[in-house]
Design a protein around this ligand. Sequence first.
Ligand SMILES: *[C@@H]1O[C@H](CO)[C@@H](O)[C@H](O)[C@H]1NC(C)=O
Ligand SMILES: *[C@@H]1O[C@H](CO)[C@@H](O)[C@H](O)[C@H]1NC(C)=O
Ligand SMILES: *[C@@H]1O[C@H](CO)[C@@H](O)[C@H](O)[C@H]1NC(C)=O
Ligand SMILES: *[C@@H]1O[C@H](CO)[C@@H](O)[C@H](O)[C@H]1NC(C)=O
Ligand SMILES: *[C@@H]1O[C@H](CO)[C@@H](O)[C@H](O)[C@H]1NC(C)=O
Ligand SMILES: *[C@@H]1O[C@H](CO)[C@@H](O)[C@H](O)[C@H]1NC(C)=O
Ligand SMILES: *[C@@H]1O[C@H](CO)[C@@H](O)[C@H](O)[C@H]1NC(C)=O
Ligand SMILES: *[C@@H]1O[C@H](CO)[C@@H](O)[C@H](O)[C@H]1NC(C)=O
Length: 442
Amino acid sequence: MLLATTLIFLKIAHCHFLQTRENALQRVFFTQEEYTAMLRLYNKKQEEESQVDKIACDWMKDNPQVWSQWKPSDLNVKMELYIGGIFPISGPSYKSGPGMVPAAQMAVDAINRNETILRDYDLKLLVADGQCSADMVMKSFIDYLRFKHFNRMVGILGPACSETVESVAGVSKRFKTIAISYSAQGSSFSDRDKFPYFFRTIGETGQFKYVFLTLLQQLGWKRVGALMSDGKKYSDYVTTVQDYAESNKITFVTTRKITSSSSLEYLKDLKAKRVKIIVGEFNEERACEVMCQAYRLNMTAREGYIWFLPNFNSELLQSFKPLWYDVDRRVNQSNRSLEAIPCSTEQIIRAIDGHFYMTYSSYAPNESLMQEGTNVSDWRRRYEFQCARFNTSTSEYASYIYDSVWTYALALDKLLKGNESLAADFHTDHTTELVHKHAHKL
Ligand SMILES: *[C@@H]1O[C@H](CO)[C@@H](O)[C@H](O)[C@H]1NC(C)=O
Ligand SMILES: *[C@@H]1O[C@H](CO)[C@@H](O)[C@H](O)[C@H]1NC(C)=O
Ligand SMILES: *[C@@H]1O[C@H](CO)[C@@H](O)[C@H](O)[C@H]1NC(C)=O
Ligand SMILES: *[C@@H]1O[C@H](CO)[C@@H](O)[C@H](O)[C@H]1NC(C)=O
Ligand SMILES: *[C@@H]1O[C@H](CO)[C@@H](O)[C@H](O)[C@H]1NC(C)=O
Ligand SMILES: *[C@@H]1O[C@H](CO)[C@@H](O)[C@H](O)[C@H]1NC(C)=O
Ligand SMILES: *[C@@H]1O[C@H](CO)[C@@H](O)[C@H](O)[C@H]1NC(C)=O
Ligand SMILES: *[C@@H]1O[C@H](CO)[C@@H](O)[C@H](O)[C@H]1NC(C)=O
């Protein structure tokens, strides 16, 4: 059966393109519906007599709108390839997402302008709003699966927020679809076996341990204490830092998993042991609680304590919610009793004044050259201009988004230079594996 349909395909293609250039053939595509309709036609005709020519002709008579797209006059039109962007554009907990889209579009434009990379193709960016929420991200992904040119969509650009990655990274394997995130930093997706088709251009938080330890060594700080929330997400990080530190002659005097009832006791313990450098790994609420106690125990930077807190200031955590340390507002909005955190916002600000956190640099040095041949400083100026044009703020992940798009383009370029026919479907085992391999090598 499959052979027969293939024969019909070839017949149609052959008849039609006898007089035209050979590369016309690579433009022949059938959607699932068209394919099924053809099968039906074949089944019907089979009862009469198996005439492939006739079926081909009938099909062509019935479907001029399909094959007219393959006509030679269209040969100058480049074949479109798609990237399915998922960005947090709207939603209750996010505000600077729109600035992400211009960054991606600038990369797409640069690639389409480029005379060597994907020369015969027209790269298109699709934009979906994942809202930084797991269900909206999943919906965007499903919409892409149903996109009529899904076969020519090389993969997903995103999602942005770590909490929304797991579902997409998990199912992307089933749908043979690559996903490249530009901002999800959580270390739980680094398992290559579990998430073989998930990539990212931003580093994972676990890599901060090298920065952290280099800093400690530079400053000659040797005794460290760690407090972390219960739960795998936080304990993993501190544990790996600790293992690495101890082989570098830095002592973790105490490492504690805290709950709201035990944090006071552990802080007192750190004070008694004269531990002055404290690494905290917890969420915003726990951070407010702990820093409030530090304030009351005179354990802040004013008294010579060094606090390393998580980066609560990243664009993805910023929101219409109050700032993370603004306990007055937080308590007001979440409608919980004030007793939870017996400090005012002003006191928390005094407690966290002078704390350290680690973050990524958003850009390479201004003079470094980018893929498109201009330097970073020039690119940033153009990017700011684009954002101003669309009335959006710039995104701190712009360069990671830009690089993700290029990763797709370079992998695709390698893939299609090897075999142009692979553009017919990017979601076969064979093709996905090749894209995966090329992306991996970049
Ligand atoms: C903190 O310092 C203040 C002023 O020096 C002092 O009055 C207070 O007793 C100290 N509190 C603790 C818990 O050490
Ligand atoms: C908290 O809410 C009360 C009543 O809704 C309001 O009067 C007060 O100004 C709010 N405080 C802050 C810091 O927003
Ligand atoms: C806060 O709690 C009070 C009573 O406990 C309730 O009437 C009010 O609707 C709550 N407000 C919000 C915003 O949840
Ligand atoms: C970037 O390139 C422009 C010319 O395109 C040059 O004028 C500028 O000095 C360069 N900036 C840096 C930081 O290298
Ligand atoms: C096209 O892309 C390649 C690969 O990044 C780069 O080496 C080349 O300079 C680009 N050409 C132009 C004109 O941007
Ligand atoms: C790099 O260039 C951008 C835009 O051109 C500018 O805003 C920024 O201050 C420059 N950074 C440095 C370190 O010079
Ligand atoms: C741009 O955004 C600002 C603030 O969000 C708004 O006041 C202004 O009307 C917007 N301008 C345009 C042209 O959309
Ligand atoms: C190109 O890919 C197609 C589709 O997977 C395959 O049938 C064909 O054999 C490949 N050609 C070469 C030269 O590898």
